[in-house]
Structures are given as structure tokens and as C-alpha cells.
Design a protein around this ligand. Structure first.
Ligand SMILES: [Zn+2]
Length: 255
């Protein structure tokens, strides 16, 4: 009797989680109200330059993401004028759990739970709770040349982005933040993981351009602008990025 009850309770909890995930997905992609996104800056290296850069961040720093989402939504005839509303949250002082390197699916699943717990305990926000939380780890470009990978999780609606703490990199940081934010809304990568080259047609902004390359824009989940059959470059800013039909379908901008 007790055992049955225990199993019943466990099933209820699992059902609750499943319903919670389903509701979050339905709410974040209904596009009836602006999606509330908060950027939580994190000082990744303790460098004075990083601290100064974080102190200079305002809503304006991330406004190009709002503008990009609004312009692209209009192209897909979404009636909501401002699909995304990004705010800057107070900096988080503790680092998120590090992604397991080459982890197996179980390690990844465990890490994703740790990350959600970490976010729950560390992300303080005054005002209406953000629906999507983007944790941006800032690195001093004088100290690191290459950044580790960024990611966005649909379950938990959390993104972890590695970015350079510099005004010169802000526009490119916004491309990465937008990409990871779209992962949280259910968009998938559209590039070849081995070569980083966008997949045709889904990872191309203009898949029927003739000749096909060079392309003028990157598709946001394709990540790069194909310039030749074997080369693609990272866009400088969101001005060089579009949302393709496959991504629009995933985030429910089209039926
Ligand atoms: Zn991605």
C-alpha cells in the first residue's frame, strides 16, 4: 500500500515537470505578449577591465537583439510589435557549473539539473520574473583569445553565453546571445558540427540565391555567412543576420 502510494507521488511529480515544461513552451512561443528576457552578467575572470565593462552595461547594449527580433517577426507577419523585451539584471557573483567535456547523455542531464538549481539559487531579479534567463560570462579580451562554447537550454529556459568584455565585441556578442536565446525557444542548430559550415537549405538566410554563394546574411541558427562552398564567416552584428523559415517554424512564427 505504502509502496503504491510512493510510486503514485513520484508519477505525480514527473507529470508536474512534464506539464510545467509543456506550459513554458506554450507560453514562450505564443507571441501574444513580449517575451521577458533578462541578461545576468557574470565576471568570468576577475580582471578590472571586465568589472568596468560589466558596470557599463545597460538595456541599450542589448537593444539590437530586441530590434532584430521585432524586424524579423514583422517579416513573418507576427502581429506582436515587440516579441522580445530584454532587461539587464544585477550581476551574478558565482560561476555556473562547468559543462562536462565530451560528457555522456547522463552527465549532460545531471549537469543541466545542476545548472537549473544554480540558476534558481543565484539569479536575483527585482520586478516581474523573467521567462528566459541569459547568463553572460564576460572575459577580458587581453587575457583570452578564444572563448569556450555557449549554449541555450529549452528545459529551464536558460542560456549560458561566453562573451568578450569589450565595446568592440558587443555587436558580435549580441549575435551569440540571440542564437542561444532562440535555442531556449526550441530552435535547433543548422550547421555541420564537424565543419561549422551552415547546412543548405535550412542554415542559409537566402537558400535560393543564384549563385548560392557568397551569401549576404547568416541564418541565425546556421551561425555563419557562407562566402564560398567551403568557407563561412561569423557575422559582425545582427545587421548581417536573418531568421530562416525552418527556425521561424520551430519558434512558431509560422504554422
Ligand atoms: Zn547553437
Amino acid at each position: 500500500m505504502f509502496r503504491t502510494l510512493r510510486i503514485f507521488v513520484l508519477l505525480l511529480v514527473l507529470l508536474g515537470v512534464a506539464v510545467g515544461n509543456w506550459l513554458a513552451r506554450a507560453r514562450t512561443t505564443s507571441w501574444e505578449q513580449s517575451l521577458r528576457v533578462a541578461v545576468f552578467p557574470i565576471d568570468a575572470d576577475g580582471s578590472p577591465a571586465t568589472a568596468r565593462y560589466i558596470a557599463s552595461l545597460t538595456r541599450e547594449t542589448f537593444a539590437p537583439i530586441d530590434a532584430f527580433m521585432a524586424a524579423e517577426a514583422r517579416r513573418y507577419a507576427v502581429t506582436l510589435r515587440d516579441p522580445v523585451d530584454i532587461e539587464v539584471a544585477p550581476p551574478v557573483t558565482r560561476l555556473p557549473p562547468t559543462v562536462p567535456r565530451g560528457g555522456n547523455p547522463l552527465e549532460i542531464a545531471l549537469w543541466s539539473l545542476q545548472l537549473r538549481y544554480w540558476a534558481w539559487t543565484n539569479a536575483q531579479y527585482a520586478g516581474p520574473a523573467p521567462q528566459v534567463r541569459m547568463f553572460v560570462l564576460y572575459h577580458d579580451p587581453e587575457r583570452v583569445q578564444r572563448l569556450s562554447h555557449s549554449l541555450g537550454l529549452q528545459k529551464g529556459l536558460i542560456g549560458v553565453v561566453n562573451a568578450f568584455a569589450s565595446d568592440a565585441q558587443a555587436a558580435q556578442n549580441n549575435v551569440i546571445i540571440a542564437h542561444e536565446m532562440l535555442h531556449t525557444l526550441g530552435a535547433t542548430d543548422k550547421y555541420d558540427l564537424a565543419t561549422n559550415l551552415p547546412l543548405h537549405p535550412i542554415g542559409f538566410a537566402e537558400p535560393s540565391l543564384d549563385p548560392l554563394v557568397p551569401q549576404r546574411f547568416a541564418e541565425i541558427m546556421g551561425g555563419r555567412i557562407p562566402v564560398s562552398p567551403v568557407e563561412a564567416r561569423i557575422p559582425d552584428s545582427l545587421d548581417e543576420v536573418l531568421i530562416g523559415e525552418a527556425t521561424a517554424l520551430e519558434i512558431r512564427w509560422v504554422e
